[in-house]
Design a protein around this ligand. Sequence first.
Ligand code: AMP
Ligand code: ZN
Length: 494
Amino acid sequence: MPLYQNQELKIYNSLTGKKDVFKPINEGHIGMYVCGPTVYSNVHLGNVRTFLSFDMIFRYFKHLDYKVRFVRNITDAGHLENDADEGEDRIAKKARLEQIEPMEVVQMYTVDFHNILNKFNFLPPSIEPTATGHIIEQIEIIKTILDKGLAYEINGSVYFDVLKYNKTNHYGILSGRNIEDLIHNTRALDGQSDKKNPQDFALWKKAEPQHIMRWPSPWSDGFPGWHLECTAMSTKYLGEQFDIHGGGMDLKFPHHECEIAQAEVCNGKSPVNYWMHTNMLTLNGQKMAKSTGNNILPAEIFTGENNILKKPFSPSVTRFFMMQAHYRSILDFSSDALEASEKGFNKLMEAVNSLEKLPVSSSTDFDIKTWKNNCYNAMNDDFNTPILIAELFSAVKFINQVKDGKASVNQTDLDILTKTIHEFVFDVLGLENVDNCNGNGSNKLSDTVEVLIKLRAEARANKDFALSDKIRDELLSVGIQLKDGKDGTSFSTN
Ligand code: AMP
Ligand code: ZN
């Protein structure tokens, strides 16, 4: 029997504003769409947090024996600066500044995105479609919306008529806005826009002569509006109605609101049953963002090369740090918080490693069944990973007691304990039992390097520079680079 039949999963649904019991449209199958990155620069740790939350969710669904079609797109056109309808395309701007082709920008940062996600042990999505690969589908949707009278063409651009749509539907249903507030809060048009009303959004934009990223359409040589690609790709691969649509909270409005409006007009029904939104990773209390520069890159975490960091941290420790917070809570990044997570992570892994060597008795002093249920209850309560981790640590405590001869476990319970811990730690949380900075070494690497760093410091204190240099050079020859800073010596691997 598939595992999901024994579990009642509740998901916080942004559309209803409460935790709803999860029931997929087709039993045993899940269609999930997550808005992917706009590939015009390296992903920062905030982006990683959102994608990581959905990786954990994808993993839990798979663990429950669901067949999941997980679509996460690559935005490689149409996303303008400031998420608005005017201004330069983010990718085209980067291409102009770097004097390279827009598609070189796309290629470079898509590769970077994949590399980073691999380091964090992400599962690949089932489909990773691109906006530029679906221009035809987007044009078809625009034609339908025009036919239904909910869009208008002006000077080669096409806009969605929000006020007209709102007469029969609720524009703002997802973000809890109403049209009066929107009218009140949007700036008047500045004369540069062709829109009838400032609330309207672009479905197609006519390209200025200097705009390189352009495609032919019935209205002009131009490019699609940003919100359209997700409607095109989700409908194509998951159908007119599917189970889950996710993204960061900052995408709720206008991006997801517009997706609902587009799909409602095309198909006459709400496209998504469960809308899921992740909360932000902050740095110094402010949202991490590409545009403000208030961010940290994953590569900096692995090498420790950022003044914010006291030392480097492995991808698995970083992943564990993020899993210690619920995906709907704000999480503030700091070196101290990561260090605390590293201690917890090491403790957890030590316990996991000792499982196979635990002495076995005839009885068990731990209610394994209740504990296992608690683990599932935590995940079934809107993927509450901090509670799950707390449960894992009560198992760690028990394992250590058994190790110290203060408690006992029988073989049957030890087998259940081992299997359950492995499933939650490795399959669901996606942690890896390694701690080297590239995520591919052994547990003992950093301890060993720390010993050598200490010996080198002693050699220097004794003015034995021949020895201290030898330690540094030998480490370098095996790909470990020492870095002397004001807070001591750190290392990175390459
Ligand atoms: P972008 O490439 O800017 O479209 O962002 C990709 C994803 O990262 C979106 O789902 C954003 O909501 C999400 N995101 C951006 N900044 C943060 C942050 N500071 N914390 C968590 N998620 C973020
Ligand atoms: Zn999207």
